[in-house]
Design a protein around this ligand. Structure first.
Ligand code: SAH
Ligand code: SF4
Length: 398
C-alpha cells in the first residue's frame, strides 16, 4: 500500500495514493521523461554516456516531433538496436475506452491508465482555434459544490506521462504529426479537465515543459492556460516554473458564498487569493489573469455581486478579464443556472467598468463534456457520502 501523498494545505478529506504502479511487463514508458531522465535511463540500461546522449536526442525527436509509437520507424537508429529498445521500453498512449462527438463538434475521450484508472479529455474546435482540455488528476479532492468531478473519490494524481500523453493522443486523433508550427487544429491547451493542477504541481510542470519544448510539441506558453481553484501557496511557483497563463476559479465575491461553493476558500480566502494574483509573475495588460465565474441562480449572480467583483479587481490593480460560465447541470446537483438576462446584465456591469467579461459558450453539454461535467463512471460516490466523511473528519479533529 502506498503512503498517502502530502497535499499542500492539507484540507483534503480523501487521502491520495501516490504514483501509478509500474507496468506489468516491466518495461518503462518513455512518455513524460525529461531529456535528462531519458538520457540517464539509457545510460542505466547500459549505453556509453556518449551513446546515451545521442540516442536520447534521437528518441526525443521521434517521440515528440514525429509522434512515433514504436521503435521500428526510427530510421536513424541502427536496426540492430530496435529489439534492445523494445525489450526495455515502450512509447505509450493512454488507452481509449470511449470516444464521443457532440452535435457541436466537441469531442470527449474517456481514457484508462495502465493500472485501470479512468479520466477524461475534451477537444473543443472553433473556427480560428482548437482547444484541448486536459486532466491533471483522476477525480479531485476539492469538492466544489457545483462541480461533478468534485463528487468523485480521488484515486490518484496523473503522472507527467499521462498528462502529456493526452496531448499526444489528441495529435494522433487529429492527424497532426509531425509537429508543425502552422495550420494546426490543436492550437491551445487548458488545464481545466479533471483535478486541481496545483495539487499535482511537479507532474503538471514536467508535462507542460514537454508540451512547450520547441523541438517537440512546441506549443507556446501563451497558448496554454492553467486553471486553479486558488491554491495560494503554489501560485507564485507556478508562475516562475511553468509560466503559462493563469485562470482562477473565483466564482464568488463574499466569504460566505465562496466558503460554501469553493470550499478551499476556508483555507485560502479571497483577499489572499487576489494578493497572490497581483503577485503572479508575468501577468500584465497583455497577459491578463482570467477570473472564472460560474453563474448560479440566486447564489452569486446579483448586480451587487458584479459591482463587488469590479471593486475587488480594482482594489488589487489586477490585469484581469472575467469569464462568465453558465452553470452546466449534472444529475443531483443542488444549483440552477442563472437566466440569460441575468448573465447578460452581470456581464454589462463589468464591461461598463472597463473590464472584459464575455460569457463562455457552453460546449459539448449533450455528451457531458462541458465545464464541470466530467466524471468517470468507474468512481461513484454520493454527495451525501462525501458530506458524511467530511463531518466524520471534522468530528475527529474536534
Ligand atoms: N480544478 C481547476 C480546473 C478544472 S475546472 C479549477 O477548479 O479551476 C474548470 C472550470 O470549470 C473551473 O472554473 C470550474 O470551477 C468550472 N466548473 C466546475 N463545475 C462547473 C459546472 N457545473 N458548470 C460550469 N462550470 C463549472
Ligand atoms: Fe476540483 Fe476544480 Fe471541480 Fe473544484 S471545480 S472540484 S477544484 S475540478
Amino acid at each position: 500500500m502506498n503512503a498517502p501523498m502530502q497535499i499542500p494545505g492539507g484540507i483534503d478529506p480523501v487521502p491520495v495514493p501516490r504514483a501509478a504502479v509500474p507496468r506489468a511487463d516491466g518495461r518503462v514508458d518513455l512518455i513524460g521523461l525529461t531529456r535528462d531522465q531519458l538520457r540517464a535511463l539509457l545510460a542505466d540500461a547500459g549505453l556509453e554516456p556518449k551513446q546515451a546522449k545521442l540516442r536520447a536526442k534521437q528518441l526525443w525527436h521521434w517521440i515528440y516531433n514525429r509522434g512515433a509509437t514504436g521503435f521500428t520507424a526510427m530510421t536513424d537508429i541502427a536496426k540492430t538496436m530496435h529489439p534492445w529498445l523494445e525489450e526495455r521500453f515502450v512509447i505509450g498512449r493512454p488507452e481509449v475506452v470511449t470516444a464521443q462527438v457532440s452535435t457541436d463538434g466537441t469531442r470527449k475521450w474517456l481514457l484508462r491508465s495502465d493500472d485501470g484508472q479512468d479520466y477524461e479529455m475534451v477537444f473543443i474546435p472553433d473556427a480560428d482555434r482548437g482547444t484541448l482540455c486536459v486532466s491533471s488528476q483522476v477525480g479531485c479532492t476539492l469538492n466544489c459544490r457545483f462541480c461533478h468531478t468534485g463528487t468523485m473519490k480521488l484515486v490518484r494524481n496523473l503522472t507527467a506521462g499521462e498528462i502529456v500523453g493526452q496531448v499526444m493522443l489528441a495529435r494522433d486523433a487529429l492527424g497532426e504529426w509531425p509537429s508543425q508550427p502552422e495550420g494546426r487544429m490543436l492550437t491551445n491547451i487548458v488545464m481545466m479537465g479533471m483535478g486541481e493542477p496545483l495539487y499535482n504541481f511537479d507532474n503538471v510542470r514536467d508535462a507542460l515543459t514537454l508540451v512547450m519544448d520547441g523541438d517537440g510539441l512546441a506549443l507556446s506558453k501563451r497558448r496554454i492556460t492553467l486553471s486553479t481553484s486558488g491554491v495560494v501557496p503554489m501560485m507564485e511557483k507556478a508562475g516562475k516554473e511553468i509560466g503559462v497563463n493563469l485562470a482562477v476559479s473565483l466564482h464568488a465575491v463574499t466569504k460566505e458564498i465562496r466558503d460554501e461553493i469553493v470550499p478551499i476558500n476556508r483555507k485560502y480566502g479571497i483577499e489572499d487569493l487576489l494578493s497572490a494574483c497581483a503577485a503572479y509573475p508575468g501577468a500584465n495588460n497583455a497577459r491578463r489573469i482570467t477570473f472564472e465565474y460560474v453563474m448560479l441562480k440566486d447564489k452569486n449572480d446579483s448586480d451587487e455581486d458584479a459591482r463587488e467583483l469590479v471593486r475587488l479587481i480594482r482594489k488589487y490593480k489586477l490585469p484581469a478579464k472575467v469569464n462568465l460560465i453558465p452553470f452546466n447541470p449534472w444529475p443531483g446537483v443542488p444549483y440552477e443556472c442563472s437566466t440569460d438576462e441575468r448573465i447578460q446584465r452581470f456581464s454589462d456591469i463589468i464591461f461598463k467598468a472597463g473590464i472584459s467579461a464575455p460569457v463562455r459558450q457552453p460546449r459539448g453539454r449533450d455528451i457531458m463534456a462541458a465545464c464541470g461535467q466530467l466524471k468517470s463512471a468507474s468512481e461513484k460516490i454520493s454527495r451525501a457520502e462525501l458530506d458524511r466523511r467530511a463531518e466524520e473528519k471534522q468530528a475527529a479533529l474536534g
